[in-house]
Design a protein around this ligand. Structure first.
Ligand code: GLY
Length: 377
């Protein structure tokens, strides 16, 4: 991957601006685990809602900032986030396939930096629970627990590709291949049952619990069945890239590139990513998180490839990140969020607000471009 002089300058300056703002935000939000902002002020999910799936990203941002600056405050905030998550680790109802999102950017990151044995313990407990969600008839990891009358025992979702690195890490750490064997089985199923011929992805697939056959797909957080929820596409893009990085299997790289090429072909001229690539043409809803996550995956692909293909991936990432930096970042240091116009789900009542993982992946992408990233996944 080769950035030209102008791109290097932009990446450095943009990361500097982000770091400058985050120094003030971290001080203000040091006792919280934020998800979104209300009137520019971070909320806090560290109480009753400690099980919320995004509760690792704030810690991850702090570890990235610690890698960049070495300032103790960031490490202390990240450690606090990790300790607070213990309430979730001890509650079976709050554990699900998103254990990777919760503990890779917190406990595992901590362990990678400090070799703290308590963090290793947390990471391995989370990985063991994630592995226990594997259905060995359908070769998939069950996504969610059940709420109300819905039965989710046969449901898997594309997002889980981002949780698999917790299993790859657990195998590397323990020398026991069972964890990565489960990750590989799930990734193989996802490649077959989620990724369509054109490189787009289903969000949810239901499998028969006994035969393991695919029953049907659901639109999930996107527009509808058969649509193309953009955050799901970005989880697939980055997730298959990561499975390739961990296993070196060329099939995962081929899948990641198929998803990437589909994604790139659908990036609008503006560089702003809709909530669903197949939403009605008169709907202008955006999701900045999809742009930031896909950019991270594309930068990794650019590093894996050479020449023209590497440039195509890098240029697409720079286009989206440039559009975000230009018009979708709240550079005002009085407000706590970076990105605006993030959307959790197409059919939700509310759209286009700030979401912590949008900020996390925007920071991670800038760290990658500057060669400063702490590897989290
Ligand atoms: N993993 C859930 C989401 O992306 O909204």
């Amino acid at each position: 991957m080769q950035l030209n002089g102008q791109e290097i300058k932009w990446a450095q300056e943009t990361l500097d601006r982000v770091a400058h703002k985050l120094e003030r935000v971290a001080e203000r939000s040091k006792d919280k685990i934020p998800y979104t902002t209300l009137h520019g002020v971070h909320d806090d999910k560290s109480g009753e809602e400690i099980g919320w799936w995004t509760n690792g990203f704030w810690g991850g941002m702090m570890w990235q900032m610690y890698a960049l600056t070495g300032k103790e405050l960031y490490k202390e905030i990240a450690e606090d986030n990790e300790r607070k998550l213990d309430a979730c680790l001890m509650d079976i109802n709050r554990l699900d396939h998103d254990n990777g999102f919760r503990w890779l950017p917190t406990a595992v990151a901590d362990y990678r930096v400090t070799k703290n044995p308590a963090s290793r313990n947390r990471g391995l407990l989370a990985a063991g629970n994630l592995a226990g969600r594997f259905n060995n008839r359908g070769n998939f990891i069950r996504a969610w627990n059940d709420w109300g009358p819905d039965d989710h025992r046969g449901w898997a979702i594309i997002d889980c590709m981002m949780n698999l690195p917790l299993l790859y890490w657990a195998s590397e750490e323990t020398g026991d291949p069972r964890f990565s064997q489960i990750a590989v089985s799930h990734a193989d199923t996802a490649g077959k049952s989620f990724i369509r011929g054109d490189g787009s992805s289903n969000h949810i697939v239901e499998f028969d619990l006994e035969t393991g056959e695919m029953v049907k797909s659901y639109g999930g957080q996107g527009f509808g069945e058969g649509s193309s929820w953009t955050r799901g596409q970005s989880w697939a893009l980055y997730g298959f890239t990561l499975s390739h990085l961990h296993t070196k299997d060329p099939a995962y790289l081929a899948t990641a590139e198929r998803v990437a090429n589909y994604f790139i072909a659908n990036i609008p001229e503006s560089g702003f990513i809709p909530v669903d690539f197949r939403q009605p043409v008169d709907v202008a809803l955006e999701d900045s998180t999809a742009a930031a996550i896909a950019s991270c995956g594309l930068i990794e692909l650019a590093k894996l490839k050479e020449g023209r293909q590497s440039r195509i991936y890098l240029s697409a990432a720079l286009k989206m990140l440039g559009a975000l930096a230009e018009e979708r970042v709240r550079w005002n240091e009085e407000e706590d969020n970076l990105l605006e116009k993030c959307t959790a789900a197409y059919h939700d009542q509310e759209h286009e607000f700030s979401i912590i993982y949008g900020d996390y992946y925007f920071l991670e992408a800038l760290m990658k471009l500057n060669g400063r990233e702490l590897f989290i996944w």
